[in-house]
Design a protein around this ligand. Structure first.
Ligand SMILES: NC(=O)c1ccc[n+]([C@@H]2O[C@H](COP(=O)([O-])OP(=O)(O)OC[C@H]3O[C@@H](n4cnc5c(N)ncnc54)[C@H](O)[C@@H]3O)[C@@H](O)[C@H]2O)c1
Ligand SMILES: O=P(O)(O)OC[C@H](O)CO
Length: 339
């Protein structure tokens, strides 16, 4: 639902990569006045003066109710909602810079799909720790959301989750426009882990695609991958139905099917025989799955959850498993397992 243009809501987006910029467009097209933070002043100038972000969203015209700056205080001033879209491994250091200048009553929304190395923390946990916020002030947005398709205004749905349904609803209303519809739930754990885990399965899909395997292999990995995602997330307190929703199955389909996905692309390069370090050199955008593999496997071990597909992705990344041998089960399985 678009807001009244008489008094547009003031929101801030920190991070001007492909998703931060696309989400700024979603918010602006929903009627908000959007301030973006870009690390590079020249990118901030391009966004403000030319209504473009040609590095990340080539060919896309941004709405006029978006402006950008490299100066955080002016971006955050008066923001009622603050959306965060930086690489997950950099979130904590960025929050330490902004914690004194985030407006006191602002809602804080994670757009990210990673877990922190070393701590295994979800992004909403990092936000709550660093900003000292209660769950009612924090939300996460997730779903089948490939940035470039949405920037082209292709109809898309997402889900906004918060412990407080009022917070989820307030954010979802702000993040809704004629081409983007936000649903709500209160399962923050399931919503966040859905976004993290589908990236790992998408890397596996990329790997088998790169090897040259066909649809049976991919469908087997997607189906068993969803079972793996659900077991893991439920062990950490998620509701299983969340993993069948937009933030789970929905995002799994989009990310596994699309060559726009950076995780899928990274996997494809691995499947074609490039090493992990060569893949990192070739990726000029964030592929969160590559950093999330290790912390996810540590979390799985702590709860005794089996993750055969994610474990094999870790082995391919480490160079200890030939990409041709990746399979929707552990290759050492001897007895048939229950589905
Ligand atoms: N692109 C998508 O389609 C999409 C969709 C949904 C969610 N996401 C999630 O959004 C998050 C951001 O992804 P993206 O696609 O915008 O990535 P991106 O690589 O396109 O952009 C990342 C941005 O962060 C900046 N950056 C890099 N290191 C930084 C640091 N140390 N501190 C601050 N800024 C830094 C980069 O300059 C860039 O502007 C990820 O967690 C991703 O999983 C992406
Ligand atoms: O490009 P990816 O692999 O980071 O995926 C982007 C989004 O998460 C898809 O929903």
């Amino acid at each position: 639902m678009a807001q009244s243009t008489d008094s547009p809501r003031r929101v801030a987006v920190l991070g001007s990569g492909s998703w931060g910029t696309t989400f700024a467009k979603i918010l602006a097209d929903g009627g908000s006045s959007v301030a973006m933070w870009a690390r590079r002043p020249e990118l901030a100038r391009e966004i403000s003066q030319s209504n473009r972000n040609s590095d990340y969203l080539p060919g896309i015209n941004l709405p006029r109710n978006i402006w950008a700056s490299a100066r955080l205080p002016e971006v955050l001033e008066g923001a009622e909602q603050v959306y965060l879209s930086v690489p997950s491994q950099s979130l904590r250091e960025n929050l330490r810079i902004v914690r004194e200048i985030i407006p006191e009553d602002a809602l804080v929304v994670s757009l990210m799909k990673g877990v922190e190395k070393g701590t295994g923390a979800r992004m909403s946990e990092v936000i709550r720790q660093e900003l000292g916020l209660g769950g009612e002030r924090v939300a996460v947005a997730s779903g089948p959301n490939l940035a470039l398709e949405i920037a082209k205004e292709q109809p898309t749905a997402a889900v906004v989750s918060s412990e407080s349904i009022d917070t989820a609803t307030a954010v979802a209303m702000t993040a809704t426009n004629p081409y983007f519809r936000s649903f709500v739930n209160t399962d923050v754990i399931g919503t966040e882990f859905g976004g993290v885990l589908k990236n790992l399965i998408a890397v596996a899909i990329g790997i088998v695609d790169g090897v040259g395997y066909g649809e049976n292999t991919k469908a087997s990995i997607i189906t068993r991958g969803l079972a793996e995602m659900t077991d893991f997330a439920v062990a950490y307190g998620a509701r299983p139905e969340t993993l069948s929703g937009l933030a789970g199955l929905g995002d799994l389909i989009a990310t596994c099917e699309s060559s726009l996905s950076r995780n899928n692309t990274a996997g494809r390069l691995l499947g074609q025989g490039y090493s992990y370090s060569e893949v990192i050199k070739q990726m000029n955008q964030t592929a969160e799955g590559l950093s999330s593999v290790a912390p996810v496997l540590e979390l799985a071990l702590a709860k005794g959850v089996q993750m055969p597909i994610v474990s094999q992705v870790a082995e391919v990344l480490a160079g200890t498993l030939n990409p041709r041998d990746i399979a929707p089960h552990l290759t050492t399985d001897e007895l048939p397992q229950g589905e």
